[in-house]
Design a protein around this ligand. Structure first.
Ligand SMILES: Cc1ncc(COP(=O)(O)O)c(C=O)c1O
Length: 499
């Protein structure tokens, strides 16, 4: 019998290993082999002897050996002696850390080359604050979760064979039909289910469209100020971004011909309904000019209509896509505002030639969306629940907008100037120069109020004397309190008493 020199260290719960004992013994032996302390072909002690040495039941060692044999670490040879497998010779480098899959952690550094430096985060998290005015988030406490849960349950129990299987990469057919119907009746888009591709939020749509439409070096015109996550998606697709300013009538389309003369522009990304972040609506004249330029120069207009439902002055303005005879508009929508961002339901409407390619790319990325959730949302659209919720929330948000506007006037006076937005869930407030935005935001955060400063939306990262204040998620009383604290912060930063 061969001499047994090894003293095994069996990892235990204190090492983060809480697997059964036989498994941990097997790991310890495999680790010895991996470290080269047990050579290929080396004999192992009999199970009885090892059990005695380790002070465990023999069956535990038998189970450990069986495990090691199944994994190919050891082999039983003639005469029933157990040996380290011979074929392992020279194939395994010793590992610097214990082999057992404990919770010792994944190495921080990759053992392989990564291309370039880590990318900057495309959308930093909002500040943690008691009163979060940052971001145009909907009020999630009011989402019809019971109806959604019932619809989800119906979807998974009634249709498991269809909805739990691989399905259409364009999305659940009932949701595509329900969205098409909504677009036709409320947004003036004469669509059918075949014109719609459901995505996981508009962010996926931006990424798919970017990667399908753009090649390295292609120029994309973007609004500046604008929506960074869209820029990140286009940049990742290799595009060069050309910023175009915005004013009180939205994107300065009048400046576009000059860019078109100097660059081969492949796409223009716009938020015409409520410009992000300034909330203004693109004027009718600029809409027409944009569509005409697109048709002439054959570029795509990527229209991001992220909060269509929430328009407070009259009816919502119809999307560019509703007046697009030339097939230049790629229309993106989302249920993130009207229902909830965590559902990750967005969609694209585009000419069939593009939609087909988007579906193909989607198949490669994700295969398909979450058809159960999609079916549940389809039911909520079919029975009017989403539309009722939207109508109710429009009144709620309109009131909150007015409350915030009034509270800002009360507590900040002429230190801020703004127009009440005609839609959306945020207010764009310009700040007096005596009130530096970053200092004000920092002071407000100390008082529990989180805001986004204008710089966050700047293309050139230049400081900007403005705040974007979201009012969707806070009740009127909380909005008043947040504005009061903001006023207090302004008093500290501006060196004067709030009005
Ligand atoms: C300009 C813009 N587009 C799209 C979205 C929605 O993104 P998603 O559908 O990925 O949640 C938002 C949400 O804040 C937005 O501001």
């Amino acid at each position: 019998m061969a001499r047994w020199h090894l003293s095994l260290t069996i990892p235990g719960p204190e090492d983060g290993a809480d697997a059964p004992l036989f498994q941990r013994i097997a790991w310890a032996i495999a680790d010895e082999i991996r470290r080269g302390r047990l050579a290929p072909g080396a004999p192992l002690p009999g199970s009885r002897r090892l059990a005695t040495e380790l002070g465990v039941h023999r069956n535990t060692v038998i189970a450990a050996y069986a495990e090691l044999r199944a994994e190919g670490w050891i082999e039983a040879t003639t005469g029933s002696a157990t040996r380290v497998a011979a074929v392992l010779a020279g194939t395994l480098p010793p590992t610097p850390q214990a082999f057992a899959p404990t919770r010792l952690g994944v190495p921080l550094e990759a053992g392989f080359d990564l291309p370039g430096p880590a990318p900057a985060t495309s959308w930093p998290e909002p500040p943690r604050a008691q009163y979060l005015l940052a971001g145009g988030f909907p009020d999630l406490r009011q989402v019809p979760t019971q109806a959604l849960a019932r619809a989800w349950r119906r979807a998974i129990t009634r249709n498991p064979a269809a909805l739990l299987a691989y399905g259409d990469p364009r999305g659940d057919d009932r949701l595509r039909a329900a969205l098409a119907e909504m677009l036709a009746t409320l947004r003036g888009l004469a669509t059918t289910a075949d014109d719609v591709l459901v995505t996981r939020g508009s962010q996926m749509a931006l990424d798919l469209v970017g990667r399908t439409l753009l090649s390295s070096g292609d120029a994309v015109v973007v609004e500046a100020l604008g929506y960074q996550p869209a820029w990140a998606a286009f940049r990742a697709a290799g595009a060069t971004l050309l910023p175009l300013p915005v004013d009180a009538a939205g994107l300065r389309v009048d400046l576009l011909p000059d860019l078109l003369a100097r660059h081969r522009v492949r796409a223009v990304y716009v938020t015409p309904h409520h410009q992000y972040p300034t909330t203004v609506t693109l004027s009718a004249a600029r809409r027409l000019q944009l569509l005409n330029l697109a048709a002439t120069h054959r570029f795509a207009v990527i229209e991001d209509d992220y909060d269509h439902e929430f328009h407070y002055e009259g009816r919502p303005v119809l999307p560019l896509a509703s007046a697009d005879p030339h097939g230049v508009v790629v229309y993106l929508g989302t249920l993130s505002k009207v229902l909830a961002p965590g559902l990750r339901v967005g969609f694209v409407v585009a000419p069939a030639a593009l939609l087909e390619r988007l579906a193909e790319l989607r198949t490669r990325v994700d295969r398909q969306g979450d058809h159960i959730t999609e079916r549940a949302v389809a039911e909520l659209l079919e029975d009017g629940e989403v539309q009722r919720h939207a109508r109710r929330m429009r009144r709620v948000y309109a009131e909150r907008r007015d409350v915030l506007g009034e509270a800002l006037r009360t507590h900040l006076g002429d230190a801020v100037s703004f127009e009440l937005p005609s839609g959306g869930m945020s207010l764009w407030a310009r700040l007096d120069d005596a009130l530096p935005a970053e200092a004000l935001a920092a002071e407000a955060l100390k008082r529990g109020v989180g805001v986004y400063i204008g710089r966050r939306f700047a293309f050139d990262d230049a400081p900007l004397q403005a705040l974007r204040l979201g009012f969707g998620g806070l009740e009127p009383a909380a909005l008043r309190e947040a504005a009061r604290r903001l006023g207090e912060s302004a008093g500290v930063v501006g060196g004067r008493r709030a009005p």
